[in-house]
Design a protein. Structure first.
Length: 243
C-alpha cells in the first residue's frame, strides 16, 4: 500500500496528523511555512523534530533548504541533517531539482547523497529530471524523488506518463541495495491517492482536507447523493429563497 505523508507547516495540524497511524511521514516547504506565519525556521523545525521523535518515531520529516547558491545549499543541508541526528529522528533534506537560474542541482545532490545525507529531491516535473536525479543520487542512501504530479496536471499534461517513464528508467538501473522512493506531490483531489498508487509511486503527500476525504473512501454513492440533495435543499431554506 502507498504511504501517506501529511503536508503542511501548522504545528497544531502536525500534532493532529501525528496522532493518526495512517500517516507515516511529514513534509513542508518555505511557501507553506510562510503561509503559516513561521518566522524562525530553526526554532520551528527543531520543535517539530523533537515532537515527532517523542510521539511518532516511526515516521520521518522532510525539511527544505531555502538557499539558491551552491555553497549555502550545501551548508544548510548539512545543518538540517544534523538536527535529525541531534534528536535521533529521520530527517530528509529537500533539495530543489534546479537553481532559480534553471541550472541543475545534480552535482549538489550527488555530493550530499555521497555524504550519506537523506535527500528529498523536490519540484521534479519532467522525466528527464527524474533520470538526472537518479543518476546523481547515491541510491544506497535513503532518498525520495518528489514529482509534482498535481502541478503537472494543472497545465494539461498527464503525470502518469512522466512517472511511468521515470520508473521504467529506474527499473533498468536499480539494484537490491537501492533505497530510492517515488513521491506524488501537489495533490489536487482525494482520488490522487489511487492515481499515485496506480502510477507506481511509493508515497503521496496530501493536505489535511484531502487526507480526511481519503479516509472516507468506500462511502455508498446513493447515500452520498441523498446527503448532497439534502444539503442543497436545507441551504435554500436557510437562505429564504422564493420564486
Amino acid at each position: 500500500m502507498i504511504k501517506l505523508y501529511a503536508d503542511g507547516a501548522d504545528m497544531d495540524g502536525i500534532i493532529t496528523a501525528a496522532s493518526d497511524s495512517f500517516i507515516s511521514g511529514f513534509t513542508t516547504n518555505p511557501t507553506l511555512m510562510r503561509a503559516a506565519g513561521i518566522t524562525d525556521y530553526t526554532e520551528f523545525a527543531k520543535r517539530v523534530i523533537k515532537y515527532l521523535s517523542e510521539k511518532r518515531e516511526d515516521t520521518n520529516l522532510s525539511l527544505e533548504v531555502f538557499a539558491d547558491d551552491s555553497v549555502n545549499i550545501l551548508r544548510q543541508a548539512r545543518i538540517i541533517d544534523s538536527w535529525g541526528e541531534e534528536f535521533d529522528y529521520p530527517v530528509y533534506v529537500k533539495i530543489p531539482v534546479m537553481h532559480t537560474d534553471g541550472t541543475s542541482t545534480a552535482p549538489l545532490i550527488n555530493q550530499l547523497s555521497s555524504e550519506g545525507i537523506k535527500l528529498n529531491v523536490t519540484a521534479v516535473f519532467t522525466a528527464r529530471q527524474i533520470e538526472e536525479t537518479l543518476d546523481a543520487l547515491v541510491r544506497t542512501t535513503p532518498s525520495i524523488v518528489s514529482i509534482f504530479a498535481g502541478r503537472i496536471a494543472d497545465v494539461g499534461t498527464n503525470p502518469h506518463d512522466i512517472i511511468t517513464r521515470g520508473i521504467l528508467y529506474y527499473d533498468a538501473i536499480r539494484t537490491v541495495e537501492d533505497k530510492v522512493e517515488f513521491l506524488w506531490a501537489s495533490s489536487r483531489e482525494a482520488y490522487s491517492y489511487i492515481d499515485a498508487e496506480n502510477a507506481g509511486c511509493d508515497i503521496i503527500t496530501m493536505t489535511p482536507d484531502l487526507i480526511k476525504k481519503v479516509k472516507g473512501f468506500g462511502k455508498d454513492l446513493t447515500q452520498f447523493s441523498k446527503e448532497t440533495c439534502e444539503m442543497f435543499y436545507n441551504d435554500a431554506l436557510k437562505s429564504g429563497f422564493a420564486i
